[in-house]
Design a protein around this ligand. Sequence first.
Ligand code: SIN
Length: 562
Amino acid sequence: MSDALDVLIVGSGVAGLTAAVKFATSSEKRGLKVGVLTKGELDDSTTRFAQGGVAAVLGSEEDSVDLHLADTIKAGDGLCDIEAVSVLVKEGPKRVQELISLGAVFDREPGGNFLLAREGGHSKARVLHANGLATGAEIERALVTAVKQTVAKVYENWTALSLEVDNNKVVGVNAIDEKGVSVFIRSDIVVLATGGAGQLFSVTTNPHEATGDGIAMALRSKAYVADVEFIQFHPTALFHPKMPRPLLSEALRGHGATIKDKNGDRFVDELLPRDKVSYAMAKKMEEHDVDHLFLDATELNDFAVRFPTIYESLKSVDIDPSVDYIPIAPAAHYICGGIATDLNGATSIEGLFAAGEIACTGIHGANRLASNSLLEGMVFGARLVDAILDGVTKADSTGVLGTLAKNKYIKELNLNFTQITVDAVNSQLSNSQLSKSQLSNSQLSNPQVNPSQLSNPNAKSEEIAHLRSDMQHLMSKYMAVQRAPEGMSYALTKIKQIESKILDMKVLTEDLNAYVSLLNLITLSFAVIESAIVRQESRGCHFRVDFDKKDDVNFLGRIVHK
Ligand code: SIN
């Protein structure tokens, strides 16, 4: 089967939906056919989990875009693209206003000014939030409502498999529809906005869907991908078996909450950028041989009023922040690198654009500044639409891609990733694409079907989940806040074994999404580990126990997959 569009957006978080609304609104006039494809429902994205908010200079006289720029660059530890950061901080306030006109509501003081929070690495209070700390949910709500009012065609519960690229020009996306049927969606413009990959790790703040799908697709198509070794760990995730780990926003620390060890002593400046705080915590946990520390919010006034969602989440696990120290440990939160783009979001493949967490615009460098991610999605999700409507299809010489095109990187990796093709996936599907509901009938009529599968139709999904968990534990053990060379090599070897097992597997149609998501995680894990092995220094959120200093002479640049 096939379908044809002018613009296909894959992913439905803040970047994808910002692009979709803007495209669809303009396309009504121009007659363009726009589609949004997502592997869940429209609002199943990491965006809805974002708490703290949107960093933007709006209204405070003490603040300026230059200060926002300086804070972002400082947090990025030498690898920010200054042009990209400049675009972000200058265009950010306008994009926030556009979102407000679409219906998003941010918290305000009684006089009407925005209520602004301070977070780690910010020299001023400049973080807007909504409903206390449910900022992502409010943004997602506003954008989903807006998209549904446009003519954009929505493909929910579809699985994107691969980019179809001809002569370095994208021509569409191979996908599996919600019933398990292969469909080729022809589109001269494809926007990848599938978000991050926190699910590479067993301990993460990211939802189940965050499996790095778009970056994996780009890696397989040999688009330039950079900086993927920089995975940020949020310092203050609740230490609890719940997954994703409930986040205790930086805004708590901005309001005076402190981090304490098992003796009740402080040991780190809580308002440093995240990489520094997580690293200090990892060292303290090692020194004390413990698996968690504590956040002390007992001195915060009006916790339940100011932070209602966090209050409820703590209450559900019997923690009262006015009297209890809250157990915390760092959790995988954000991938700073991704598909390399220019300042318009264009990638190294003609017609292919990327925005949001999936992209490497160079804004975050080696470590993202708190609350710059929603802003990035809004700014670059909108910029790429303006560029495409102006007829841009190819990248120019700006931004990260501009520097990479001039060969200004420190190391090029050219790995061969396992391809996911429609044919391969169809051959993975067990006989006749049986669904679980069909099994009992086919058991009678189809002697070819593997009997063990019929007696236990859940076997495959359990096996996929099991292999995913094995991979996540390897990543959490060897690729988290501190990385050692032997551990990284060991993880690589073991994950290659997991890949062989999954490639041998036959799957049921309903397990296809989980199967492809695991293949995507595996592909991306190879890129992350190989890059981390090559970067023999410690910078931003990449810390090597064997090279514990920053090395500007040899490593002030990007590691690129191409
Ligand atoms: C937080 O509220 O701490 C998370 C915001 C972010 O990831 O920047």
